[in-house]
Design a protein around this ligand. Sequence first.
Ligand code: FAD
Length: 378
Amino acid sequence: MHPFDASYEVAIVGAGICGLAHALAAARRGKRVVVVDRDAQANGASVRNFGFVTVTGQQAGACWERARRSRDVWAEIAPLAGVEVLQKGLLTIARRPEARLVLEAFLATEMGRECRLVEPRQLSQFGYGLRAENFAAALYSPHELRVESREAIPKLAAYLTERYGVAFLRATAVRGVEPPKLETSRGTLAAETIIVCPGDDFITLRPERIAAYGLTRCKLHMLRVKPRRHDARLPPIMSDLGLVRYAGYADLEPAKALRKRLKTEQGAQLDNGVHLIVVRSADGSLVVGDSHHYAATPDPFAPSSVDDLILDEYAHVFADGAPEVVERWTGTYASAPDRLMLVDKPSDALRIVLITSGTGASTSFAIAEETLADLFGR
Ligand SMILES: Cc1cc2nc3c(=O)[nH]c(=O)nc-3n(C[C@H](O)[C@H](O)[C@H](O)COP(=O)(O)OP(=O)(O)OC[C@H]3O[C@@H](n4cnc5c(N)ncnc54)[C@H](O)[C@@H]3O)c2cc1C
């Protein structure tokens, strides 16, 4: 039956990871689900990110718990959907003694329980290619997963259709949501419950509700590099700059001293919100990022000076120095002054779910389960 002639129990606006996670959670409850997206193929934050499902470093409490649950769902769904898990774990490098103190404080928290401190001389067990002689320590976390988002997101959508019969309406903009119907650019759709997962579009649907949260948008620079040499055994890598950005570390007392030192030594990186994440792809290339610039409408320009700041940190961590850059792109996500995500409830049958931080790949599956439990019971 054509989607416009059918009647759905749940309609989801947005086919990014947030929308797909809600489609999965609804389908697993046996609901008839349709997903509507204005783009012909996935094009938002969900295909522009690292595909790095991060647990260690997420803010203590709900975000960390959601990341753990979402990681488990990724681990379960990936093989079923034909999504390859390319890397596991995380090695957070402390280049400075102040950064080592942050790692030690983290290990003393509940979140550090299954992680361990690695001395520089022990780093070779993870592979060659790191400038270990310049480090103060590292922290190994076993929790993380890395997928190639630009492949994983389409595969997840295909799996939802094949396994659960989820219908997808692409190249279809939703103009109005009033359960039990949605007004779209191609006609009216019938759905008892509607979940809006619009990414960083705060204007099209229920702008008056979204405006109350004082949101803005964040632009990030990303690079793909061809390393001159890189050991395939290395897990995803982060470094000192991440320890003052990721709340799980940055909220710890020793992070203050680290931030003070970074202000003197890497002030330009801090001013541009630069920290280092390096993950590996199947072809041996590395995805390297990123930076953070905030604006209601981020400009579309990507100055190379920002990329240079990212590559400068890369060169402090990796022995191969200046790798060849083979691809550059930017992405944007929603950002809130006071929260990492939000669920707005305009009515009993309508939810607006926004991931207002760079955590959607890591937390969406858990958030979706919570939304569905709230709508339909535990
Ligand atoms: C460069 C970058 C790196 C990141 N790295 C990580 C990372 O390593 N780990 C992590 O956990 N998170 C990371 N994030 C954050 C993560 O990618 C986002 O939090 C997540 O992708 C948000 O998912 P979403 O589905 O809400 O948004 P999106 O992926 O942007 O999807 C929203 C969708 O809604 C559709 N839409 C909106 N309005 C309408 C409408 N009216 N009608 C029809 N369709 C509509 C859009 O077309 C779009 O497809 C990163 C983000 C970026 C940009």
